[in-house]
Unconditional design. Structure first.
Length: 389
């Protein structure tokens, strides 16, 4: 039996960076775009406009089920990322593998409905509530794979190395023990995860994720970089001012400054948040070709701060969008929050637009290209031969 082919026809479509009219394209069962014809007569499924769907490059799926639980002021009178984090630790103690799979499948369905084509799952929940491994150490990674099989979303699974509670090497606290691994156990988990992901469609992939400079040792980070071996590498960095201060005290440099001076940051890297950067860090990161993984709704919800998108873009910086805590699954709202935050800070309008491209076009094209790069997906534009998702 031959492959089935889906035909699409759009009144207008953004094809390889240019708007075209009367665009027909085919999509094979393999998931790749076939021929793309401009000026074609109507055929197959007809739509008004067609754009490449961005990937959601940063998600913690289980946090979708706690959305709204932290929207009240705690006993200290001032809440922050750190008070939210304590509630998150308590919440995850109640989750079993079945819960985790169901939550992930549900939130992935919502991501598809919101316009995301794929997701990068930054997966740090590995063990039982007391920190002991499951009989299968890859149990919870396997649950992420099964959720993607049910939802049909494109998946890049990013198992996380998490070793310590802070830059001082302190032991993991009770709420963190479900995350913890040694480098050797992590290497075994990565191998197990890759075998599990290989049972999904061909566009699925695996990357590595040293959690942050607070949560991995220098040796752990170096080992993770070696394990990446050309695969995507994602890492939280410079999300909170307290984190920046802790790293500065321990390493003698700010987080992004230290990474750029000591690690081979390149196009395989995705630095999540990168909220608090100096002008020099902003320029240097942009010029590496790495992707800044921005999560505007979560960053606003947690009071993290505002990413310097204007200077980053002026230096050719690449970015993608992630839903992170999944408090809202809304692609358009993520992009709007990013752009409006720039307007509020700089008291200007259309700050991310260019002389030749509107704000909306810049945001959508950059999110699609940056998300595809960050997840190692041959996607991000309407181009023959690329994955449709």
């Amino acid at each position: 039996m031959g492959l089935r082919v889906l035909e699409l026809w759009a009144e207008q479509a953004l094809v390889e960076g240019a708007w075209q009219r009367d665009v027909a394209l085919t999509i094979a069962d393999s998931g790749r775009i076939g021929a793309v014809a401009v000026g074609a007569s109507p055929r197959g499924m007809r739509v008004g406009a067609l754009l490449a769907a961005p990937a959601n490059l940063h998600s913690h799926a289980f946090q979708r089920a706690m959305a709204g639980m932290a929207e009240r002021r705690g006993p200290t009178g001032r809440d922050s990322f750190w008070t939210w984090r304590r509630l998150m630790f308590r919440f995850l103690e109640a989750l079993n593998p079945e819960d985790i799979e169901v939550i992930a499948a549900f939130v992935q369905m919502q991501m598809l409905e919101a316009g995301y084509a794929a997701v990068g799952e930054f997966h740090y929940l590995h063990h039982q509530p007391d920190g002991s491994p499951y009989a299968d150490p890859g149990e919870l990674s396997g649950r992420m794979v099964e959720a993607a099989r049910q939802s049909g979303i494109g998946l890049t699974l990013l198992p996380v190395l998490y070793q310590q509670a802070g830059c001082d090497g302190a032991a993991l606290a009770p709420g963190q023990v479900r995350f913890g691994n040694t480098v050797d156990r992590y290497a075994a988990l990565l191998d197990r995860t890759a075998r599990s992901v290989a049972t999904l469609p061909a566009d699925a992939g695996v990357g590595v994720a040293p959690h942050s400079l607070r949560a991995v040792s220098r040796d752990g980070l170096a080992a993770t970089i070696r394990l990446a071996a050309g695969r995507p590498l994602h890492m939280h960095v410079a999300e909170q001012t307290a984190e920046v201060e802790e790293v500065l005290a321990a390493y003698g440099q700010r987080p992004i400054e230290w990474l750029l001076d000591h690690c081979p940051v390149d196009t395989n890297w995705c630095l999540i948040h990168a909220t608090h950067m100096t002008e020099s860090e902003t320029m240097r990161l942009a010029r590496t070709g790495a992707v800044a993984g921005l999560c505007p709704i979560t960053e606003a919800n947690l009071g993290d701060g505002i990413f310097n998108g204007v200077a980053y873009g002026d230096n050719g910086g690449r970015f993608g969008i992630g839903s992170d805590s999944n408090i809202r699954i809304a692609l358009a709202e993520e992009l709007r929050t990013l752009e409006y935050s720039q307007r509020l800070r700089d008291r200007g309008r259309a700050l991310l637009a260019t002389p030749t491209a509107s704000t909306g076009r810049v945001l959508l094209e950059q999110a699609a290209r940056g998300g595809a790069q960050a997840l190692g997906r041959d996607a991000g534009s309407i181009t023959a031969g690329r994955w449709v998702l």
